[in-house]
Design a protein around this ligand. Structure first.
Ligand SMILES: *Cc1c(COP(=O)(O)O)cnc(C)c1O
Length: 453
């Protein structure tokens, strides 16, 4: 299986190497400057300043090489500075850097949209627009759904994360840190229960059916289906804790939307582009969304996002009703074309499945062995463990375990409404030996933390 070391690209040694404590002296110095220049509202998970990155490692300014289980939050799935991305962007930057697609268009924007229309689930006719961020994609998906249906209400779910702009922060479920004191929020947003198997009151077996019934009942009684423009859901909840909805829940909700003329929007900003062992996570249960939002892994780290949807919905908006200055920037479009090619050429969908096959058995073994591991879940290269107070389902904060991992040179992220989930998003090109080493560091961190609670 190929690794970071794709044809022709400069290689970083694929190894963990610690030469100072983490963070090292140069990172600490830069962090002091950062604190004087950048407000704490922009958080920092691991105050290590990066100098280079590629494959499964990040190399910091002190010369430490860290194992990457984050991919910059599911962005660098094809690897950092991936050779095809570098090459195409390098060529484009010398040709032109911007014209604004709405002023004078260029081919790469169209090519990205054509590929998105092919790659996303369903063989119906589709259209795409390109924007700059996941939040902007979600905003536009809602605008389009409202315009096409002439309705206003939007239904979202517990544990949802859809972004930080006014509307998307409203759609997001969690108060601290995303919403606290940032109100008032946008109107016409209604929240339904998510089929969260581990925490469903009557147990995982009845979760899908009961959560779907409660959602439909809420829509009928509180809103009226004929007033609902869109239901938006992450096929696997990302920031909310890598919650895989109980099987059957998503198809039932999609079916209800179809029966009632409601636009079903899949927010695949985190789950998209091979991450879960499918090109899109919706494919796992054969769901064909009316609109799909994508971002994160779409362009190997360049800022790009997209809304792809049924032609009749997308075409319903009046001319010039959609757009933005930078949306579909030519450098980002070239990067996206390189990403699509890399996923195909390096068989990264299969590679994501393989990563799941390596990680999930070892994570399940942790659950058998350590009392603080309450649940193991995920698909492909999007996996997580949920920590609990031993013998209960009470959330046990995951930050301490993450800190232990960081100190050993493993970049691991937390997540979850209760902050008690450790989530793993390695680049899909990470070599197996780094996956295994990262898991061993994680096990040691859990073992140590387990003794303290
Ligand atoms: C990250 C994320 C967003 C927001 O994307 P930004 O690019 O940070 O605006 C929206 N939805 C989901 C599911 C995400 O994971």
């Amino acid at each position: 299986m190929s690794t970071a070391t794709t044809e022709g690209g400069p290689l970083l040694p694929q190894e963990r190497r610690l030469v100072t404590e983490i963070p090292g002296p140069k990172s600490r110095e830069l962090f002091a400057r950062r604190q004087a220049a950048v407000p704490p509202g922009v958080g920092t998970i691991l105050p290590v300043f990066v100098e280079r990155a590629g494959g499964g490692v990040l190399v910091d300014v002190d010369g430490n090489s860290l194992i990457d289980f984050a991919s910059g939050i599911a962005v660098t799935s094809v690897g950092n500075a991936a050779p095809r991305v570098v090459e195409r962007v390098r060529e484009q930057v010398g040709r032109f850097t911007h014209t604004c697609f709405m002023v004078t268009p260029y081919e790469s924007y169209v090519a990205v949209c054509e590929r998105l229309n092919q790659l996303t689930p369903g063989d119906h006719e589709k259209r795409s627009i390109l924007v700059n961020s996941g939040a902007e994609a979600v905003e536009n998906a809602i605008k389009i759904a409202r315009h096409a249906t002439g309705r206003q209400a939007v239904v979202v779910f517990d544990h949802a994360y859809h972004g930080r702009t006014l509307l998307t922060m409203t759609l997001t479920a969690k108060n601290v840190p995303y919403k606290h004191r940032f109100g008032p929020f946008a109107p016409e947003v209604y929240r339904a229960p998510l089929a969260y198997p581990f925490r469903w009151p009557t147990g995982p077996e009845r979760c899908a059916e009961e959560a779907a019934a409660q959602t439909i009942d809420m829509i009928d009684k509180q809103i009226g289906a004929e007033n609902v423009a869109a239901v938006i859901i992450e096929p696997i909840a990302g920031e909310g804790g890598f919650i895989v909805p109980a099987r059957g829940f998503l198809p039932r909700i999609a079916e209800f939307c179809r029966e009632n003329g409601i636009v079903f929007i899949a927010d695949e900003v985190q789950t998209g582009f091979a991450r879960t062992g499918h090109m899109f996570a919706c494919e796992d249960e054969g769901i064909v969304p009316d609109i799909i939002t994508t971002a994160k892994a779409i362009a190997g780290g360049l800022p790009l996002a997209a809304v792809t949807g049924r032609a009749e919905l997308m075409d319903s908006v009046h001319p010039s009703g959609l757009g933005g200055t930078y949306g579909g920037n030519p450098l980002a479009c070239e990067a996206a074309l390189a990403v699509f090619e890399t996923i195909e050429q390096e068989k990264l969908v299969e590679r994501a499945r393989h990563i799941g096959e390596v990680m999930l058995p070892r994570l399940h073994a942790l659950k058998e062995k350590y009392r603080i591991v309450g649940d193991v879940r995920g698909r492909g290269a999007m996996t997580a463990i949920e920590l609990v107070v031993p013998g209960t389902k009470d959330p046990l904060p995951a930050a301490d375990v993450a800190k232990r991992c960081h100190a050993e040179g493993l970049v691991a992220l937390t997540a979850g409404t209760y902050g008690n989930v450790l989530r793993f998003l390695p680049p899909l090109v990470i070599p197996d030996h780094l996956l295994e080493e990262g898991l061993s560091i994680l096990e040691k961190a859990i073992a140590e933390h387990d003794k303290t609670v």
